[in-house]
Design a protein around this ligand. Sequence first.
Ligand code: PBG
Length: 344
Amino acid sequence: MSHPSLPVRGPFPSTRMRRTRRHEWVRNLVRENTLSAEHLIWPLFVCEGEGVREAVPSMPGVNRYSLDLCLEQVARAIEYGISAIALFPKTPTSKKTAQAEEATNPNNLMCSALRAIRDRFGDQIGLVADVALDPYTSHGHDGLVVNDYVVNDQTIDILCRQAVVQAEAGASVIAPSDMMDGRIGSIRNALDDSGHHEVLLMSYAAKYASAFYGPFRDAVGSAGSLGKATKKTYQMDPAASDEALHEVALDLQEGADIVMVKPGMPYLDIVRRIRDTFAVPVAIYQVSGEYAMLTAAAQNGWLDRRSVVLESLLSMRRAGANMILTYFALEVAHYLKGEEYVAG
Ligand code: PBG
């Protein structure tokens, strides 16, 4: 018995797969997946000061911007049709503590940035706020550490307060990236109790303990704090697959609106499994290490930057991602309009 989805006609010569590849127009007609700026979320690093634009050495082309310059970048993102930006603060070392007090300060860098962007641009672009303690802890972990262990429930109390100050400052999406158990439900309740029913929850549901986050930790300045410690007691084992479905099921029950897989290209199988199992929006994060790899190869002249960037993002759409967080977002939005890109 042949499978109902298999073609009914016989093999070569009656079936010639190359007919639909012959010309651009027919390739366009049969194309199954597309990539547009609307699918993209652009992560931006903010730092203190004025007129500051600092390069991140392990991510050539990516900068940290002080608020004034950050607003210019957001204006460019809106002009190029990018749907949302995701903000990550570089907290000065002097404001990092073991208890991460700065995380819940309503006037911290993150909240000031959210407020300024919201005031200037209203709802023209989505504002995704990261919830986790690593930008604020002196030890670089995403939660509180007691007896050398990242403790779950006490961390959640702080995450809830962090989420509420961010929502108050104008975040449209709260994105918990900490991987504590039960934080989605607790944060949903905290948001609802403080009148933020409309704020979305995008859960980093299947977030792996990945070495591809290295350059990001340079960008937010948590690499030095973390030292040789790992996040393996809370982020997922790269060998796991079924477990990702379990994580997603729990986060959906707890109230996540969007679930995320992270990193991107090495985990496309996970995106596909989630898409086939749950009828919900899925995000994928092409992380800092992926950006660094593609950029380094292109800088060496080993790969064609424009082509591999577009192909890597299309592969994520093909795997089933509705939306993609990528440091290439603004660059790709230029390519999709047929324009050259110069980083600002
Ligand atoms: C931390 C966080 C990380 C990233 C986003 N949020 C790093 C980590 O878990 O150590 C990684 C993003 C990237 O690598 O681009 N809460």
